[in-house]
Design a binder for this molecule. Structure first.
Ligand SMILES: Cc1cc2nc3c(=O)[nH]c(=O)nc-3n(C[C@H](O)[C@H](O)[C@H](O)COP(=O)(O)O)c2cc1C
Length: 210
């Protein structure tokens, strides 16, 4: 039995294109793997610790090889809980819209909690940086109002797919499947509906072999 972590990073619920596509993936996945556990985690609804002064201090305490103060330890336990839940999964689905050419701020907050030395990445002088979340597949479903195709003038504005690939790659992910739904706004609702249907078909195909 495997555990699938389904991370939703849109606050738009039933109106969300990325959640609709990822839901279609999950439905097929569930049929193929009826005994697997599926954990759904919406970053706008879940409680995610603030990455505030105390947590930053706790992080630097680790980086400097020192022991946490009582206060730091308490704050750090909350960070550890989020990381433990994340790492307990065997497979991941991430549904996210583009916001201001990048990712929604709540997803960034979640990532800032996850990316910690000794937990999701390691460093040594011999090997340099090494991801610690390895051998686990991910499907990323990206939505955006405009279009950012490879080779176009707008491609450089797409910091959404680039950031996800870089940061999850840094944590060790090598096998990131992606499905893009675009444009969801720029060309009107009819085009958006077609693109969404196409993305759903692609996501379902990936679910069969995921
Ligand atoms: C705060 C905010 C910022 C956005 N920024 C961009 C952007 O930079 N580029 C773009 O193409 N679309 C942008 N959009 C449009 C969304 O990416 C688009 O509506 C997408 O379909 C939303 O995904 P969802 O339906 O899964 O929530 C933005 C939307 C919001 C709410």
């Amino acid at each position: 039995m495997s555990r699938l972590l389904y991370i939703q990073a849109s606050p738009r619920g039933k109106r969300s294109h990325c959640i609709a596509v990822a839901d279609a993936f999950v439905e097929v996945y569930r049929q193929k793997h009826p005994d697997d556990e599926i954990m759904t985690f919406n970053v706008f609804e879940a409680s995610i610790p603030n990455f505030d002064g105390l947590v930053v201090q706790a992080k630097y305490t680790i980086l400097h090889g020192k022991s946490h103060s009582k206060e730091e330890l308490q704050a750090w336990r909350e960070v550890e809980k989020v990381i433990e839940q994340f790492k307990s999964a065997d497979k991941y689905v991430l549904a996210l819209p583009m916001w201001n050419f990048n990712i929604p701020y709540r997803l960034k907050q979640y990532i800032d909690i996850l990316v910690q030395p000794g937990y999701t990445f390691g460093y040594s002088e011999e090997t340099g940086y090494q991801g610690l979340v390895v051998g686990k597949p991910m499907l990323a479903v990206y939505t955006r109002g405009g279009e950012y195709p490879a080779g176009s003038e707008t491609e450089a504005f797409d910091l959404q797919t680039r950031y996800i690939e870089v940061i999850f790659g840094f944590m060790g992910f090598e096998n990131i499947h992606s499905v893009v739904v675009e444009p969801t706004l720029q060309a009107g609702p009819d085009v958006a509906a077609v693109k969404r249907r196409e993305a759903i078909e692609k996501a379902k195909e990936i679910a069969v072999v995921f």
